[in-house]
Design a protein around this ligand. Structure first.
Ligand SMILES: C[S@@+](CC[C@H](N)C(=O)[O-])C[C@H]1O[C@@H](n2cnc3c(N)ncnc32)[C@H](O)[C@@H]1O
Length: 319
């Protein structure tokens, strides 16, 4: 996304005026894109990569054709690529049908979604939260249905932003069951930020499927970023409840085999995960970079502790 000369910058820098059109735009443009993310993720997602994005960016390949991100979650890297103006053709996906519904609605119907979010019922108190959670579960118990797509998307944004730690967790019936988060104020995306996100998503394919299906057309010169659910550092640290099925070591092995196959086609492949022996062994043939991240979600779901994570690439830095 580009900021052009003459554009109103009030949204990016509250209080700022119009970008003076006669001014040497290049310098200001350079500063803006370097320091101000003009698109921000719509939701906060467990395992989200906002924190690691500088490391991820430093390990991007030099160039690629189509970008694939099959574990999209909150889409931190996708957003970062868009802000760096490095996003062209892309295919994204996730197994969570509600998340995919949200991105599809934002791409195709941003105005309808903004209108939906303007309703009085969206309030930052526990009673409203519980009522809206019940409403969401009545509409959306894990279906892939297109019915009520806009309502479900609006409710998901609201619940994500007002729940405890922005978690996504469902019970056996597939009902979302995260409690109220006691945030200070109501926080919903502005119509302008939904529009920006929507513009970013134009032309992007959004698929609700297992990761293997999302990358099935990927090959030579494409770039795939895999960000699967973390493999637990210890048995109690397991946080793999993104979908009702969980993500087991068998899935991690299946993913590692796919990583190897994609690598053989000449694709550039990057993957992040927790730094655990089992995972490092799976990627022993590739470049493993260790980075430190502060995480929200650990064994007791509350503390934010530093922990090491790995970023695996099948190419040398800068290649
Ligand atoms: C670590 S999160 C991704 C976080 C994301 N990179 C971000 O920045 O917010 C992992 C995602 O994988 C999804 N997922 C779990 N199992 C999957 C599968 N088998 N295929 C595709 N997606 C899956 C979850 O729904 C979740 O959104």
């Amino acid at each position: 996304m580009r900021i052009s000369k003459g554009q109103d910058l009030g949204e990016y820098f509250p209080g700022s005026k119009i970008f003076p059109s006669g001014q040497s735009g290049q310098d200001l443009y350079g500063k803006i894109t370097n320091y101000v993310p003009v698109i921000t993720p719509l939701i906060k997602w467990a395992g989200g990569k906002r924190q690691l994005r500088t490391h991820l960016v430093s390990l991007l390949p030099a160039r690629w054709d189509t970008y694939y991100e099959p574990f999209i979650g909150g889409g931190a890297l996708l957003v970062e690529l868009a802000n760096l103006d490095r996003l062209s053709t892309a295919v994204i996906g996730d197994k969570n049908p509600e998340l995919v519904n949200l991105y599809t609605v934002v791409r195709d119907m941003p105005d309808a979604l903004s209108g939906e979010l303007e309703q009085e019922k969206f309030q930052n108190d526990e009673g409203s939260f519980n009522r809206l959670r019940t409403e969401f579960n009545a509409l959306a118990p894990g279906t892939r249905s297109k019915n009520h797509a806009v309502e479900r998307a609006a409710l998901l944004i609201y619940l994500n932003k007002h729940s405890y730690n922005g978690l996504w967790r469902v019970n056996r019936k597939g009902h979302y069951n995260v409690p109220f988060g006691r945030h200070k104020k109501l926080s919903l995306p502005s119509p302008a930020s939904l529009q920006r996100f929507s513009r970013m998503l134009q032309g992007i394919s959004i698929i609700n499927a297992d990761f293997s299906r999302v990358v099935k057309n990927a090959g030579q010169d494409d770039f795939i970023y895999f960000d699967p659910p973390y493999h637990p550092v210890s048995k109690t640290a397991a946080f793999t409840d993104y979908t009702t099925g969980g993500f087991t070591i068998r899935d991690q092995e299946r993913l590692a085999r796919l990583y190897g196959r994609l690598s053989d086609t000449g694709a550039k492949v990057m993957l992040s995960n927790s730094r655990v022996e089992e995972i490092e062994e799976l990627y022993a043939d590739f470049h493993i970079h260790t980075v430190e991240a502060k995480r929200f979600i650990n064994c007791n779901g509350q503390k934010r502790t530093g922990m090491f994570e790995i970023i695996v690439t099948n190419y040398e830095k800068g290649e």
